[in-house]
Design a protein around this ligand. Structure first.
Ligand code: SF4
Length: 324
């Protein structure tokens, strides 16, 4: 943490600023204020950044970019809304194409007031962000000792943005394993994920590889069931699945990279198995080079029964187990 605090890396994004706050932000980095002499580095790569500085209100075009940049930043990370527009929408708040401040898309940790925000205030915001960053780092480091405080709950459609962000963070390591950014989990959009909450699985349409016939709309388990693992109000893990023909099909056991190796994935799998009390058989799949997943599923009693090529680089391995 000391290294982070001594030399935080910042990424700056202009969401739709009039340029006033951008110029002040750049003034912080150029010779008059020169925060680089204090170790602050301005990076263009979100994967290297600790602090996300956003100027301007959120509009239709910047909405997706903000979420995309935020998702790519490693944990722990801090978001600073610079200026009135980024904090609340400012004078553009009522405009037809403005959804509001940055916190309409992602959680904001520090708000810097001003129109335009003064360089001194921006630097002060960065200093506050460092304290938040330190606290988050401590919280995450301590999470291993608080595994018993994780709650396993049914997720709702309103959780979709957090689950998608988590999914994209959790699958970064898989993309590296397969050398492929085109994994379905990384390509999924918010709209597609939200639709899954409403959709009943059937043979033709389910990407999960479901087989069977139309389910009963009155039965909860004939919908795709989402579970979430929550620690201190934050979703740190998720899993989904559905039941058809006395089998339950489970998918995407995801745990935030910072919380992996603490039994949360195992607990999620066990919880979702319990969500289908009438299932006599459980099925799950993962990529052939996802050693960690394969090991975890075998430990839970699953055995491989078929493989299926997906792309030249990825072969799905299907595992199953009978209910004891
Ligand atoms: S807060 Fe003022 S200076 Fe900053 S982007 Fe908005 S209108 Fe421009």
């Amino acid at each position: 943490m000391l290294g982070l605090k001594e030399s935080p890396w910042i990424i700056h994004y202009d969401a739709s600023s009039c340029n006033g706050c951008d110029i002040e932000t750049l003034a912080c980095l150029t010779p008059v204020f020169d925060v680089e002499r204090l170790g602050v580095v301005n990076t263009g790569n979100p994967k290297h950044a600790d602090i996300f500085l956003v100027t301007g209100a959120v509009n239709e075009q910047s909405f997706a970019v903000i979420r995309n940049l935020y998702t790519q930043m490693p944990e722990p990370k801090v978001v600073v809304a610079v200026g009135t527009c980024a904090s609340s929408g400012g004078i553009f708040r009522e405009c037809y194409n403005i959804s509001g401040g940055v916190d309409t898309v992602i959680p904001v940790d520090v708000y810097v007031a001003g129109c335009a925000a003064r360089p001194e205030a921006i630097i002060d915001g960065v200093v506050q962000a460092l304290s938040v960053l330190e606290q988050k780092h401590r919280d995450m480091a301590a999470a291993g000792t608080r595994a018993d405080q994780v709650l396993y709950l049914r997720a709702q459609k309103s959780d979709a943005p957090q689950i998608l962000a988590l999914q994209k963070a959790a699958y970064q390591s898989e993309a590296k394993v397969y050398g492929d950014d085109g994994l379905p989990a990384l390509q999924q959009t918010l709209e597609e994920l939200e639709n899954e909450f409403d959709r009943r699985p059937n043979r033709e349409t389910s990407y999960l590889g479901a087989r069977g016939t139309q389910g009963d709309p009155e039965k909860d388990t004939d919908h795709i069931v989402f579970l979430k693992a929550v620690l201190q109000g934050k979703i740190i893990g998720a899993v989904r699945g559905f039941a058809l023909d006395e089998s339950a099909y489970l998918s995407r056991v995801i745990v935030h990279p910072y919380y992996q190796g603490r039994g949360i994935g195992r607990q999620l799998t066990e919880e979702i198995e319990r969500a289908f009390p009438n299932a006599k058989r459980f099925e799950i799949f993962t990529g052939h080079r996802s050693e960690r997943n394969l090991h975890q599923f075998r430990k839970l009693g699953y055995q491989e029964f078929k493989t299926e090529p997906f792309t030249p680089a990825i072969t799905w391995v299907y595992l199953q187990k009978e209910r004891k």
